[in-house]
Write a protein that binds this ligand. Structure first.
Ligand SMILES: Nc1ncnc2c1ncn2[C@@H]1O[C@H](COP(=O)(O)OP(=O)(O)O)[C@@H](O)[C@H]1O
Ligand SMILES: [Mg+2]
Length: 336
């Protein structure tokens, strides 16, 4: 995989630096013609500058519809909506956004390089850097050089998804909308996507991300809105949700054969309030009621010469939230 220095970290263009909320949505309503049920039934949320905001929900929840309204591709039937303080239809907004659609469309006569060059020119960036910007981006999304001059109708689904991501980012957008960016990507693609998202975050881009991947959401999102049947059920801040009861899976660097060490581990668990669910010479599974308790166990192990090789929660905080909201996935409708 190519790892090139990318210019994703360069300053983002745009007229509205300093504003707190870049996206404000108030009581947004969207109806599709011929559908009795509203697709969006009064959505209210805001996305802060530099925030990665996730939309999570079953098929048909309204995630793509919400994104369409934010992008000015769909006209809302009620409520208020501003992106960078402007109406989403305002052309000034288009200058600062990048978008990867759920089902990207590629003109089949373009090669990957031509396609990106075209989008670079649309974005109004300096022509002088066009060639290098395009090449850097093709490398950044891990498209092999042999594919750069190939027509996009010869591309696999995963390659198209990479090219779509490149297109979304080529204009150095200040706000990036990604609708299911990991879909159709192979595992290396998913890893690359995660790296790119984290890089975008570092560069203070604002990201709106629709995804089914809890893991992806967990790693990159600052807040996640749980949306279902056109309504937001709750908005969770991932930093606040990091402290939850979970099972910690620990691996020891050395086998814990000796009885003394074993007893030591038992007393550490007892002293910190954790309960041992399973223990064997190579590791243990322990139940903790908070992140603090987990770190206390790890700290005490190290202080007592029990070398901890790794320790990780068995379920992520989003999985935990899902478990707390069993009703959430009920009512999954097929995507139409
Ligand atoms: N173009 C359309 N015409 C009619 N109904 C639509 C259209 N697009 C989406 N819908 C309906 O709106 C609801 C929300 O869909 P969508 O926004 O695609 O959900 P999600 O992206 O969460 O899967 C669903 O009931 C879907 O069937
Ligand atoms: Mg969708």
């Amino acid at each position: 995989m190519n790892r090139q220095p990318s210019d994703l970290t360069t300053a983002h263009r745009g007229p509205m630096a300093g504003a707190d909320s870049l996206i404000v949505v108030e009581n947004l309503i969207k109806a599709y013609e011929g559908r009795v049920d509203l697709a969006l039934k009064g959505i209210t949320l805001d996305v802060k500058e530099g925030e990665c905001f996730g939309l999570l929900g079953p098929n048909g929840a309204g995630k793509t519809t919400l994104m369409g309204c934010l992008l000015g591709l769909l006209n809302p039937d009620g409520g208020k909506l501003t992106v960078a303080g402007l109406d989403p239809n305002d052309l000034a907004v288009r200058e600062v956004i990048g978008f990867l659609p759920e089902r990207p469309h590629f003109e089949s006569w373009f090669t990957a390089q031509e396609f990106l060059t075209y989008h670079h020119s649309l974005s109004g960036l300096d022509k002088a850097s066009r060639k290098t910007d395009v090449v850097d981006m093709l490398k950044r999304v891990g498209l092999e050089e042999a594919a750069w001059t190939r027509k996009t109708n010869k591309f696999s689904r995963g390659m198209l998804q990479r090219l779509g991501l490149a297109q979304a980012l080529i204009g150095k957008p200040k706000i990036v909308f990604l609708d299911e960016p990991g879909s159709g990507m192979d595992p290396p693609g998913v890893t690359l996507l995660r790296e790119i998202l984290l890089e975008l975050k570092k560069s203070n881009a604002t990201i709106v991300l629709n995804s089914h991947h809890l893991d992806e959401m967990e790693r990159v999102c600052d807040r996640v809105a749980f949306i279902r049947n056109g309504q937001i059920q709750s908005i969770k801040s991932m930093s606040e949700e990091s402290d939850y009861p979970h099972v910690l899976r620990m691996r020891f660097a050395e086998r814990l054969e000796d009885q003394v060490l074993n007893a030591k581990f038992a007393s550490i668990a007892a002293a910190s309030g954790a309960s041992i669910l399973e223990i064997d010479p190579r590791g243990a599974r322990i139940a903790v009621t908070s992140g603090q308790m987990a770190s206390a166990v790890i700290r005490m192990c190290i202080e007592n010469q029990i070398a901890v090789q790794s320790a990780s929660p068995e379920s992520t905080s989003l999985e935990h939230l899902f478990n707390e909201m069993p009703e959430f996935l009920i009512g999954d409708k097929p995507d139409e």
